[in-house]
Write a protein that binds this ligand. Structure first.
Ligand code: NAP
Length: 285
């Protein structure tokens, strides 16, 4: 029997990076996708694709065929399918999966994110080998979510007051995920994935100004104004809900923690915010 790694969430930001890295390492992977059209647009041509949806148990068995390791990126709490994810975990174990790596979120530590914690707890209590990864806010939010505000209006506008966050680069989260899938020493523990720099939004805006050679300002706004701004910018409701939830967590101080886990696992410092801006600078030009 071949021993493949199944990636659930591979059209998403973290899952895609992990799948790409595993393909480079020539490891046998299967990519679970619910939308074959969307799958065609992602650049993972050497991978084996399998149709999968959390809410369609009939898709589970073929997804787990020949699979012994699973990477599951927890879906955001607001989409309300955590019970389905629990069923997916049960099915994975029934079908022979021996290790589950769960990309969760640092918010699992707070009351705000009980659904994500429920997935973690279910995996831990199931008896399967696991690695739980709790990343802090992604640096890539500034590239994927806030790109237009920065590139068109030179502004970062979020309801975060002066709260600090140790942003983590998704590329580091992916490197840690690959290690978790391929190295037994990480097994059966929970890790916090953060950067080393505790930054508030004034400092972030200053770093963007330096990195892009033009002035980028931070505008602290109310949650209500923020929702209105995102609506008029045409964001989908689900993205607005998730982003507002994330900002509430930042504002409450829940993201102001620094962990050494990335450095300890990778044997190098986490990517710095200045480096992230340099690497993607043309996106905001
Ligand atoms: N943004 C942050 O700063 C941050 C930081 C830490 C943790 N997180 C956590 O990261 C998670 C989101 O990760 P991400 O940014 O990689 O997500 P993402 O880019 O939104 O991707 C979500 C993935 O899940 C798939 N998916 C959604 N519903 C599905 C369903 N019913 N059946 C099968 N697949 C489904 C999507 O497939 P489609 O392509 O078909 O939609 C996509 O591949 C959340 O749990 C969030 O709490 C976020």
């Amino acid at each position: 029997m071949s021993e493949k790694i199944l990636i659930i969430g591979s059209t998403g930001s973290v899952g895609f990076e992990v799948a790409t890295k595993l393909l480079h390492l020539k490891l046998p992977i299967k990519i679970a996708v619910r939308n074959p059209e969307r799958a065609k647009t992602i650049n993972l041509i050497d991978a084996e694709f399998v149709y999968f949806e959390y809410n369609k148990p009939e898709t589970f068995k073929s997804a787990f065929e020949d699979v012994t390791k699973l990477l599951v990126v927890s879906p955001p709490s607001y989409i309300g399918i955590q019970d389905n994810v629990v069923n997916v975990i049960n099915s994975a174990i029934e079908n022979g999966v021996k290790l589950i790596v769960n990309v969760s979120a640092i918010s699992a530590e707070s009351e705000l994110d009980k659904p994500i914690k429920k997935i973690e707890d279910h995996i831990i209590n199931s008896g399967v080998d696991y690695v739980i990864l709790r990343p802090n806010c992604y640096m890539q939010n500034f590239k994927d979510l806030f790109r237009d505000f920065i590139s068109q209006e030179n502004i970062i506008t979020v309801p975060a007051n002066d709260a600090k966050t140790s942003f983590v680069d998704i590329r580091d989260v992916a490197d840690v995920s690959v290690k978790a899938l391929t190295n037994d020493s990480l097994k059966n523990k929970v890790y916090k994935l953060t950067g080393k720099q505790l930054l508030n939004m004034h400092v972030v805006a200053h770093m963007f100004s330096e990195g892009l050679n033009r002035e980028i300002n931070y505008q602290n706004i109310s949650k209500e104004q923020f929702e209105k701004t995102l609506k008029s910018a045409g964001w989908p409701l689900s993205t607005i809900t998730g982003t507002v939830q994330l900002c509430s967590h930042v504002k409450s101080g829940g993201t102001a923690v620094v962990s050494n886990d990335v450095e300890n696992i990778l044997g190098r410092e986490p990517i710095k915010f200045e480096q992230f801006i340099r690497d993607y600078a043309e996106i905001w030009s």
